[in-house]
Design a protein around this ligand. Structure first.
Ligand SMILES: [Zn+2]
Length: 161
C-alpha cells in the first residue's frame, strides 16, 4: 500500500479508533511482530496465554474490505504463529477468526485452544442459562514476558528474521 492509499484509508477511520492508534504506536501494546502494513500484539484480556491479535495498520472496518494481499499477509503470519503457540502453550489447536463485535477495525484473533470451549458459539452449548464476562486482564509484566517468548520464537525459528 502506498503512503497515499494509507492516508486515504485512514481518512475514513473514526478518530477514536483504538486499533488505528495501536497500529500507529500512539497507544502502547505488547508487540510480537510487525511489518509495514500489519501489527501483531497480545490481547490484554487473553482467552489463553499467547492469545495474539493481528491488525492491518490502515483502518478497514470489515475483514472483507481488506485487499487480498493484505488479508493473505495476516493469514500468513497466523500460519507462522500457530505451531509456536501450539507447542509453547500446550494447545491442541490454534483458532483463527475475525469477529469485530467490539472494535470496528478488522482484526484477527489467533487463539491457542486448550479446551474446545475456548472458541465456540452458545448455539453449540446445551445449557440454556449462561452468563458472560470479560476474561481477566493479564498484567503488563506477564504480557511483556509472553510477547518476548513469541517474538523470540519467531526469530529463533527463522520465520521472520
Ligand atoms: Zn481503525
Amino acid at each position: 500500500m502506498t503512503k497515499d492509499q494509507l492516508t486515504q484509508a485512514q481518512q475514513h477511520a473514526p478518530a477514536d479508533c483504538l486499533f488505528c492508534r495501536i497500529g500507529a504506536k500512539s497507544v502502547p501494546s505488547h508487540v510480537v511482530h510487525e511489518s509495514d502494513r500489519i501489527l501483531a500484539f497480545l490481547d490484554i484480556h487473553p482467552i489463553r496465554r499467547g492469545h495474539v491479535v493481528i491488525i492491518p495498520k490502515a483502518h478497514h472496518a470489515y475483514f472483507d474490505d481488506l485487499p487480498g494481499d493484505l488479508a493473505a499477509e495476516i493469514l500468513g503470519l497466523a500460519r507462522e504463529l500457530a505451531p509456536i503457540l501450539r507447542r509453547r502453550y500446550d494447545a491442541k489447536r490454534v483458532g483463527f477468526m475475525f469477529t469485530g463485535t467490539d472494535i470496528a477495525h478488522a482484526h484477527a484473533h489467533v487463539v491457542p485452544m486448550v479446551e474446545p470451549t475456548d472458541l465456540t458459539s452458545r448455539r453449540y452449548i446445551a445449557e440454556e442459562q449462561l452468563s458472560f464476562g470479560p476474561a481477566p486482564r493479564m498484567s503488563d509484566k506477564e504480557l511483556g514476558a509472553v510477547a518476548r517468548e513469541i517474538s523470540t520464537a519467531l526469530v529463533a525459528e527463522d520465520r521472520f528474521p
